[in-house]
Design a protein around this ligand. Structure first.
Ligand code: COA
Length: 343
């Protein structure tokens, strides 16, 4: 069967079921301890993007019609720092590996990205999986290494966490919000977010859907998460008496993998650092999650090797480093020329 490219809205229920089964076969083979995917709201997860962004999907079926591999390409619009880069996710069913399926999908993705004016491809790869060999073979360069840390719910020392959540420097208060932040906080929240991009050494690729430093785009990003079946949980530190946000920490639980929480950004405005706000916010968020998401098994987060302060806080909370994630990139023209030489 020919490889097909489609818009997420064109996926049939069978396509979605098969998509999920490839992900779960891949997880069982490469990362058996990771939670499995569910089809709950999978269509929403694939279909909803920020207003300016687009997602293309690719299905590769064998002669019997069985799905042997799939890929997703997200193209960022809006002229921001990420436009011109396409983000790829690609999986071959383990039973079909080594037969060129991955390469065929990668070519289709690269051609689609180029046709849409994209110049580079970016992909996140778990260091212990075969994907490293695959992307090396295709000439991708490793740009950034991030350390994945896991906090197992059953290992949490709740007494310590409650204590940390309650210990707050004078002149600050914490608030917890689910699903987004209220309008009164939106502007100062966006201002604090802006520090993520300007932090020295922070060269990591921060997808826009993780939140923008521009209030209207931030509202869009919370709405997009909700439309994708991803529940946001947020703790903010607020400075008295003005009531503006000076620190934030965000976490998301998705309908497709509800036992796993993803801790996204934690940031404190520079003039409010060294008061222990990050620790208090993260601890408070965990206490709120205990009530709001009782099914959780673990929380994952990523930090740069250089981010000593964040790693210290995470270690105090009980997070442990388990595996590295690589951010790989390739120039599309060079990738396509390389793929042509293989024909
Ligand atoms: C990475 C993956 C897509 C490769 O799929 P595949 O269909 O087996 O790849 P191909 O058969 O097209 O292999 C292409 C080349 O990569 C090489 N390659 C593939 N896996 C490799 C490995 N584990 N180590 C070294 N090289 C590897 C192949 O040898 C081949 O090179 P060759 O043509 O010179 O022989 C597949 O292993 C997979 O789905 N892994 C999990 C996906 C994943 O981790 N996704 C997260 C990031 S998107």
């Amino acid at each position: 069967m020919p490889l097909t490219q489609l818009a997420p809205g064109e996926m049939t229920d069978d396509d979605l079921r098969d998509w999920c089964s490839v992900l779960n076969d891949m997880t069982a083979a490469d990362m058996p301890a990771e939670p499995r995917w569910r089809t709950d709201r999978l269509r929403d997860y694939l279909e909803a993007t920020l207003p300016e962004d687009r997602r293309y999907l690719f299905l590769d079926r064998d002669d019997d019609g069985d799905l042997v591999g799939h890929a997703s390409l997200i193209l960022f619009g809006g002229g921001g720092e990420q436009s011109g880069t396409g983000v790829v996710e690609l999986s071959t069913r383990p039973s079909a590996r080594g037969a060129g399926v991955g390469t065929r999908l990668l070519r289709a993705v690269a051609e689609c990205a180029k046709a849409n004016g994209c110049r580079t491809l970016s992909v996140e790869v778990i260091a212990t999986t075969p994907a490293v060999g695959f992307y090396n073979r295709h000439g991708f360069a490793r740009n950034v290494v991030e350390q994945r840390h896991l906090l197992r719910w059953s290992d949490i020392d709740w007494e310590k966490i409650e204590h940390a959540a309650g210990r707050l420097a004078a002149g600050y208060r914490l608030e917890y919000h689910a699903g987004g932040v209220p309008d009164r906080l939106m502007d100062s929240y966006a201002d604090v977010k802006a520090n993520l991009r300007s932090s020295p050494g922070n060269v990591a690729f921060v997808p826009e859907w993780r939140g923008s430093a521009y209030a209207p785009a931030l509202r869009d990003s919370f709405q997009t998460l909700a439309r994708r079946g991803m529940r946001s949980h947020i703790a903010v530190a607020i400075s008295e008496p003005f009531g503006n946000v000076v620190g934030l920490t965000e976490l998301v639980v998705s309908a497709q993998r509800p036992t796993r929480a993803d801790q996204y950004d934690t940031v404190v405005a520079p003039q409010h650092r060294s008061y222990g706000l990050a620790m208090s916010m993260k601890a408070r968020l965990l206490t709120e999650l205990r009530r709001a998401e009782p099914q959780l098994v673990d929380v994952q987060t990523w930090t740069m090797e250089t981010a000593d302060d964040v790693r210290w806080i995470n270690a105090e909370l009980g997070f442990a480093h388990d595996v590295d994630w690589y951010d790989y990139g390739a120039d599309i023209d060079r990738l396509l020329a390389r793929l042509d030489r293989r024909r």
